[in-house]
Design a protein around this ligand. Structure first.
Ligand code: NAD
Ligand code: AKB
Length: 323
């Protein structure tokens, strides 16, 4: 008689900024052993990831992924492996290969093995022609290769749902601000880096102009949005299912610096834009998330003030513990 194993969850790109926190949240929900973290990078020990199963897996190796899916009775994949905007622009060919090729592999595995799939999109799907307050539905003409891979990802996800009934869901995450893991090669990384430098050095040289306004979100909201979307009954979801807009808060780099200055004595912030300014300028200031609100009652809990309070309190504590 064949033993029927309980179904499990696989997270790709689990060592990244989102993965580190999503794996912890999923293990809280399903139990440590039911969530298999994977990444292309190897690790010996990790405060979160190694308290449950971890395996090295390249999302471009479909056969290896399939072996993990079969051997562990995987029923859901949270597919986080990707290259972000700044890294992607430095290596566009690899960015396309990983972001589009990797997603194509997991979509095929989802079709063949009847898996549910979470595949994140980004505010980077928008381009300069988009209104500053980005609607859910508008022409998507990104100028970054990363943005193009995210548009392609949404199109592929919708196709797999419509043509094959694969239950794939996605969110257009804003720039995510978190303290547990570093941000990984994106344009919105300044909104994370600024906190570390404020605490360690008392100053920060920001790589975008002070008037750069972008949609941002505290990680706790992003993780909750992910779990809420995945828990929503399928019949409640609409055509936005491959990339729901979700709004957290929207602030300029200067507003962020000022909020930190009002809490960290003598903090100084200068602004020296580099190439990432171009990517930031091509994205909207804020997003309209009415569809997420209507379809699955999405509501953010963090604005600029409580985001800054949380980031400073947690990072100061973290640095004290590490000292
Ligand atoms: P990250 O860069 O921090 O982590 C990505 C992880 O993927 C890394 O640990 C990396 O080692 C891994 N990876 C890269 N190539 C791989 C491969 N071939 N096989 C397996 N693993 C590989 O990224 P993140 O911030 O955690 O983002 C996760 C997802 O969320 C991505 O799809 C990203 O586009 C999306 N997203 C993130 C943000 C954000 O602000 N963090 C915003 C919008 C969308
Ligand atoms: C990036 O800046 O590349 C990411 C994103 C907004 O997708 N944080």
């Amino acid at each position: 008689m064949t033993e029927v194993l309980p179904s499990k969850v696989l997270v790709t790109g689990a060592l990244g900024q989102i993965g580190t926190e999503l794996v912890a949240a999923l293990r809280e929900l399903h139990g440590n052993d039911a969530v298999i973290a994977s990444d292309i990078r190897e690790i010996d020990d990790h405060p979160v990831i190694t308290n449950g199963p971890f395996t090295v897996a390249d999302v471009l190796d479909k056969d290896a992924l399939e072996e993990i899916v079969i051997d562990n009775s995987i029923s859901t994949i949270y597919h986080l492996a990707a290259l972000l905007s700044a890294t992607g622009e430095k290596n566009p060919e690899l960015c396309e290969r990983v972001n589009v090729g990797g997603l194509s592999n997991v979509l095929e595995l989802a079709r063949v093995h009847n898996l549910r799939l979470f595949s994140p999109s980004s505010i980077a799907v928008y381009g300069p022609d988009c209104p500053k307050h980005a609607p859910q539905i508008t022409p998507l003409n990104p100028t970054t290769v990363y943005g193009k891979t995210k548009v392609a990802g949404e199109v592929m996800a919708r196709y797999y749902w419509e043509a094959h009934g694969v239950d794939v869901r996605g969110l257009r995450y804003p720039g995510l601000v978190s303290w547990k893991a570093p941000a990984g090669g994106g344009t919105t990384d300044y909104a994370v880096d600024i906190f570390h430098h404020a605490i360690k050095d008392g100053n920060y040289d920001c790589f975008v102009r002070q008037d750069t306004r972008l949609p941002m979100m505290y990680m706790d909201d992003a993780i909750r949005a992910t779990l809420e979307l995945m828990a929503t009954p399928v019949e409640s979801l609409t055509d936005a299912r491959a990339g729901y807009n979700i709004a957290g808060c929207s602030f300029t780099a200067e507003e962020l610096a000022d909020a930190i200055k009002s809490r960290v004595d003598n903090f100084e912030c200068t602004f020296t834009p580099d190439i990432r300014q171009e990517y930031a300028d091509s994205w909207p200031d804020s997003v309209d998330d009415s569809e997420a609100k209507n379809d699955w009652a999405w509501e953010a809990q963090y604005g600029l003030e409580n985001l800054v309070d949380e980031m400073l309190a947690n990072l100061i504590h973290k640095y004290e513990v590490e000292a």
